[in-house]
Ligand binder design. Structure first.
Ligand code: NOJ
Length: 493
């Protein structure tokens, strides 16, 4: 009742009309969702038999790596408050909830020989609660929280991980698949590999750029493909779901109309998105990556390319392992051609070999990498359509951070309106977008930035033991959109 009153009052207060906003209705079957991820919301890091994962270890051993020495030990306490989470998702009117499974909560050692029943029950209960409230689960199998024992075996740069992940994925399909129509195997593999093993800004914090990041990616791609084939052969007939991999990128716009900057922008897109997408949606790594990395590796004195090579058999096995395309997009950057970096230590950035910047007159959001560029999502969607043969697309994340506890978040309302407007325009351009996911339903633990960056439609009071959830103005706006499929006051068919 309180929520309803709040949402009604806020909706009256926000101006949603804007001449520039696309005023076409979203199709009736278009799916609107909201997302979270296990480590960022669940808390209960060592409860009920959950094992330690790499984020637990990374943060507990080096608390200073995270803003304000914070951690996800309690986070939004969703392990205990999942019913409240479902209630707010229902209030916002979403068709689906994208959440991830904590591997260590289901398999404390990472291996399938020991299944932790309370962990399984938690996810079964969450799924049941969603279904009872008319919300479909869209499940991410891996959103960065690798079981620590598997990291002790070498983690993603070790090849045992391919089979180990495949067995975990099979178990997830077995346990939950009867109730799941959409699966994502991996969330943002670039952040797993470049962040975790290349540049070291994510757990486990290893900095071996130009080496471990590529080997990690090689295994993630093989593990994804294996999971897709397992689903295809063992579960599709009975469960009839769809499996994909969520790949993230910013839009790279050429900084000028020179040919060199156009090449730089395309190179950046291939190194960021194509690295993972080309093997899955086309075949093998992008040519530009194979060429540049091989050339630089040889010049550096290696006997072979630092980018591992897939065999023809592997290329064929990975190619086509998707039922829809899943993409995360937040911001954009201007790409500039630059002189070849001197031959020195291996480096993903030198391999890519472009410069990029975000002009001062682009509107900032609070995160350092974040400028608000709604036009970029339309350009990216069109590029995906052209580059990957017009796939069916679900945007699995989009949203914006602020660094305050503001409830009347008018900038976020404008953000969602303007990005969604560009999504709708991309659909008019012929891009086949069938779903959109707001990140996030609530403020949560933003990795290295801790709780300093808030993305939620709901504010979470991290000072209160209750982790009270309070709707922001953006929740009211998103509710209007999910209910009417219209971004402005009145829409055309
Ligand atoms: C990407 C990640 O998937 C998610 O975990 C993160 O919180 C958001 N984007 C915002 O940075």
């Amino acid at each position: 009742m309180f929520l309803k009153g709040f949402i009604f009052c806020c909706l009256l207060a926000i101006s949603i009309a804007d001449d520039e906003t696309n005023n076409k209705l979203f199709p009736e079957d278009f799916m609107f969702g909201a997302a979270t991820a296990s480590y960022q919301v669940e808390g209960a890091w060592d409860e009920d038999g959950k094992g330690e994962n790499i984020w637990d270890r990374y943060i507990h051993s080096n608390p200073e790596l995270i803003a304000n020495n914070d951690s996800g030990d309690v986070a939004c306490d969703s392990y205990h408050k999942y019913k409240e989470d479902v209630a707010i998702l229902k209030e916002v009117g979403v068709d689906f909830y994208r959440f991830s499974l904590s591997w260590s909560r289901i398999l404390p050692t990472g291996y399938v020989n020991k299944v932790n029943l309370p962990g399984v029950t938690y996810y079964k209960n969450l799924i049941k609660e969603l279904k009872n409230n008319g919300i479909e689960p869209l499940i991410t199998i891996f959103h960065w929280d690798l079981p620590q024992p598997l990291q002790d075996m070498g983690g993603w740069p070790s090849d045992f991980i391919v089979e180990t992940f495949a067995e975990y994925a099979r178990l997830c399909f077995e346990l939950f698949g009867d109730d799941v129509k959409y699966w994502v195997t991996f969330n943002e593999p670039k952040q797993i590999c470049l962040g975790g093993y290349g540049q070291g800004y994510n757990a486990p914090g290893i900095s071996l750029t130009g080496l471990a990041d590529y080997v990690c990616a090689h295994h993630v791609l093989q593990a994804h493909a294996k999971a897709w084939h397992i689903y295809d052969q063992e579960f599709r007939a009975t469960q009839q779901g769809q499996v994909s991999i969520t790949i993230d990128t910013r839009w790279f716009e050429p900084a000028s109309d020179s040919e060199e900057d156009a090449v730089a922008a395309e190179t950046a897109l291939q190194f960021n998105y194509g690295w993972y997408a080309n093997p899955v949606y086309n075949s093998d790594y992008p040519e530009i990556m194979k060429t540049r990395i091989a050339e630089r590796s040889l010049a550096e004195g290696f006997n072979h390319s630092r980018l591992p090579a897939f065999t023809d058999e592997e290329i064929a096995y990975i190619s086509g392992t998707f039922d829809y395309m899943a993409v995360n997009m937040y911001s954009s950057i201007l790409a500039v051609a630059t002189d070849e970096a001197p031959i020195a230590e291996p480096s993903y950035n030198y391999d890519m070999g472009i410069d990029g910047y975000q002009p001062d007159d682009w509107e900032s959001a609070s995160a350092p990498w974040f400028k608000i560029t709604p036009w970029g999502i339309r350009k990216l969607l069109n590029w995906l359509k052209e580059t990957y043969n017009n796939p069916t697309i679900i945007i699995t994340e989009n949203g914006m951070p602020d660094n305050s506890s503001v409830i009347d978040d008018v900038t976020r309302v404008r953000f969602f309106r303007d990005y969604l407007s560009n999504v709708r325009s991309a659909m008019e351009d012929g891009v086949n977008v069938i779903g959109y996911t707001a990140w996030s339903i609530m403020d949560n633990f933003e990795w290295g930035l801790g709780y300093t960056q808030k993305y939620g439609l709901y504010h979470v009071d991290f000072d209160s033991i209750n982790r009270t959830r309070t709707p922001k103005t953006s929740a009211a706006y998103y509710k209007k959109v999910t209910e009417t499929h219209c971004l402005v006051d009145t829409c055309e068919e």
